[in-house]
Design a protein around this ligand. Structure first.
Ligand SMILES: Cc1ncc(C[n+]2csc(CCOP(=O)(O)OP(=O)(O)O)c2C)c(N)n1
Length: 334
């Protein structure tokens, strides 16, 4: 069942505007990545998060700075929501030395341990066992940190999902499993490859709570995540949170979307998570027209600066290309 959040979810005006700004930052970052990719400046395959911003921001707002996340091939939004700098991410996508992984990782391997972003992952469901392992590490260290592991609904059809959830449940690990159900697995409708409507139903098989929320409602996501995280910090074990949304773009940049049903994208545009939050904030008197214009201008300036920074940065030198890729003990024979 879709859960809904009570108005404002206990957040003050500034916190609500902060969520709005982070969602806009993700949207503008992604719009610009699409443009820069067509201009030939972004290296490697790239998957956009447009339309799914409420999930990353809702969950990460409920986390503490010292908590962790794992991510997916569609990970730019998770990274920004957890605190990665857009300029260092853009530089990473441009393959530059100033990138968050010194230009060696690219879009699908962004990681920034300084903010608890433990890594995007090109292997579908690859982040799930990692999140489980981090949950075990937290438990052994006896801190009250938690980890949120993001993944798509198609990942829940793979073995690591089932192993990760079972092990986490048995050991009561502090892992929030966040399923982003955007209704597609690459070029296939999820409904063609799974016969259940809600991925959250799978939680029952492992004896953990499962919940489905409207993934285009940032406050519903935030509230569900906050309650789940409180449970994790008490040591009561993991939760599976499914957020229903829609992938507004193709699977990757360049996907021509020949398989998408006509009219579908347009109907989801009416549920755009950013416009929806903005309308609510305006209704509640939490966002004046002047504040909105200022936030939009700030975000635009930040993304513009990120591109300038990336474009002006040097590519990694071939002399150091293996640095930060292999351990210093590992001998690479050219
Ligand atoms: C183990 C594995 N199998 C297949 C692929 C190819 N692949 C990349 S993304 C993707 C679909 C993933 O769908 P989902 O998990 O729902 O995430 P979404 O792309 O919708 O965010 C597939 C099949 C892969 N990267 N890894």
């Amino acid at each position: 069942m879709l859960a809904t959040a009570p108005e404002r979810a206990g957040l003050d005006d500034e916190q609500l505007r902060g969520m709005y700004q982070r969602m806009l930052t993700i949207r503008q970052f992604e719009d610009r990545v699409k443009y820069e990719s067509s201009a030939g400046n972004v290296l490697g395959p790239t998957h956009l998060y447009i339309g799914e911003e409420a999930i990353a921001v809702g969950v990460c707002t409920a986390l503490r700075p010292d908590d962790y996340i794992t991510s997916t091939h569609r990970g730019h939004g998770h990274a920004i929501a957890k605190g990665c700098q857009p300029r260092r991410m853009m530089a990473e996508l441009f393959g530059r030395e100033t990138g968050v992984c010194h230009g060696r990782g690219g879009s699908m391997h962004i990681a920034d341990f300084s903010v608890g972003m433990l890594g995007a992952n090109a292997i579908v469901a690859g982040g799930i066992p990692l999140a489980t392992g981090v949950g075990l590490a937290i438990q052994l260290k006896q801190t009250d940190q938690v980890i949120a592991g993001f993944f798509g609904e198609s990942a829940s059809n793979r073995g690591p999902f089932h192993e990760g959830l079972n092990m986490s449940a048995v050991w009561h690990l502090p892992v929030l499993f966040v399923c982003e159900n955007n209704q597609f697995g690459q070029y296939t409708y999820a409904s063609q490859v799974m016969l259940i409507e809600n991925v959250s139903d799978r939680a029952a098989a492992y004896g953990m709570p499962g919940l489905t929320v409207d993934g285009n409602d940032v406050l519903a996501v935030y509230q569900a995540a906050r309650e789940a995280i409180a449970r994790l910090r008490r040591g009561d074990g993991p939760v599976l949170l499914e957020c229903k949304t829609y992938r507004m773009e193709g699977h990757n940049i360049g996907d021509e979307l020949y398989y998408r049903r006509p009219g579908e994208q347009e109907s989801w545009k009416a549920k755009d998570p950013i416009a929806r939050l903005r309308d609510c904030l305006q209704d509640w008197g939490a966002l004046t027209a002047a504040q909105d214009a200022e936030i939009i201008a700030d975000v635009q300036a930040e993304i513009e600066e990120a591109v300038s920074f990336a474009a002006a940065s040097p590519y990694a030198s071939t002399d150091t290309i293996y640095d930060d890729v292999f351990s210093s003990d590992y001998q690479v024979t050219p």
